[in-house]
Design a protein around this ligand. Structure first.
Ligand SMILES: NC(=O)c1ccc[n+]([C@@H]2O[C@H](COP(=O)([O-])OP(=O)(O)OC[C@H]3O[C@@H](n4cnc5c(N)ncnc54)[C@H](OP(=O)(O)O)[C@@H]3O)[C@@H](O)[C@H]2O)c1
Length: 267
């Protein structure tokens, strides 16, 4: 007789699956993880999620079922809905990717409170809630991938709330990694520099000449993130320039890093 554990469906959950890196995670997981039989994809735009499902069905690269969950992660009910679904179906979560996120630039004095808080709602609050709701369904070998940012390494004048929200993600990920070590579950914070996705357009952000130099393709960032997560790395940094920023942030004084960041990113 098959054990109850064997009957449980192996799944991946990806938030922010309608665009950019979230969508790329879905593609690469569907193409590369035969042991995962379902990917639950979360975002607000249901139509875009259905188009992604269609694209994967037609590509024939996978038998993985795509399950669309149109949820607004700014609403408390989204976490309750996912929690209920997990309680009813009791799947094994092999991979959780928290990729939903947003950024608005501008000095704090020029930003609305609503705009600033919307970043905290999705980048911090939703990421924390989704991770916690999923915790009972991980097993040994499960991977939690938190889409963080190179902004986590240093305060960023002109992008202050966003950078602070990403510092929160880095700190949370490192602490949770230790908490879950005994269960054999890894947590990886993915910290890229600028990536070529609709993120900037959505946030009304103009990419300056310095950020353009750092621009990476989402395919490359996601491939490295999945690789680093499989290796159980705490932090995934893609590209030499961001590795340099990461290293410098650990050596140079915070005050100097903040001044440099202010100078470079205002160009
Ligand atoms: N692109 C970059 O340069 C860059 C660099 C470093 C880190 N990151 C981080 O990487 C992650 C992914 O960014 P990306 O570049 O892929 O951005 P993106 O293309 O703009 O995608 C953002 C995703 O978040 C979802 N989302 C936003 N608000 C939501 C809400 N209220 N409820 C549910 N889903 C919501 C969007 O879906 P819907 O609109 O359909 O809801 C979309 O799928 C973010 O955490 C971002 O901070 C990005």
């Amino acid at each position: 007789m098959e054990s109850a554990a064997k009957k449980r469906t192996s799944i991946a959950i990806v938030t922010g699956a309608s665009s950019g890196m979230g969508r790329e995670f879905v593609r690469q997981i569907a193409g590369g993880y035969r042991s995962i039989s379902q990917i639950w994809v979360i975002a607000r735009r249901e139509q875009v999620l259905l188009e992604l499902k269609d694209e994967l069905l037609k590509s024939g690269i996978t038998d993985t079922q795509i399950r669309t969950l149109p949820l607004d992660l700014g609403e408390e009910t989204a976490f309750q809905e996912l929690e209920l679904l997990l309680k009813n179906e009791k799947p094994l979560i092999r991979i959780l990717v928290n990729s939903a996120g947003l950024g608005h630039s501008g000095r704090l004095e020029n930003q609305s409170v609503e705009e600033a808080l919307s970043m905290l709602d999705i980048n911090c609050r939703a990421l924390t809630a989704i991770t916690m709701v999923c915790l009972p369904y991980f097993r040994k070998g499960s991977r939690i991938i938190q889409m963080d940012s190179g902004s986590a390494f240093l305060p960023q004048p002109g992008f202050a709330v966003y950078a602070a929200s990403k510092s929160y993600v880095l700190s949370l990920s490192r602490a949770l990694r230790e908490e879950l070590r005994a269960r054999g579950i890894s947590v990886t914070a993915v910290c890229p520099g600028p990536v070529d996705t609709p993120f900037f357009e959505t946030g009304g952000i103009t990419l300056n000449s310095v950020k353009k130099l750092f621009l990476e393709k989402p395919e490359k960032v996601v491939r490295k993130a999945l690789f680093d997560a499989e290796k159980g790395k705490a932090v995934s940094v893609c590209g030499c320039s961001m590795k340099l920023v990461h290293a410098a942030s650990g050596i140079l004084p915070q005050g100097l890093m903040t001044s440099l960041s202010s100078l470079l990113f205002s160009l």
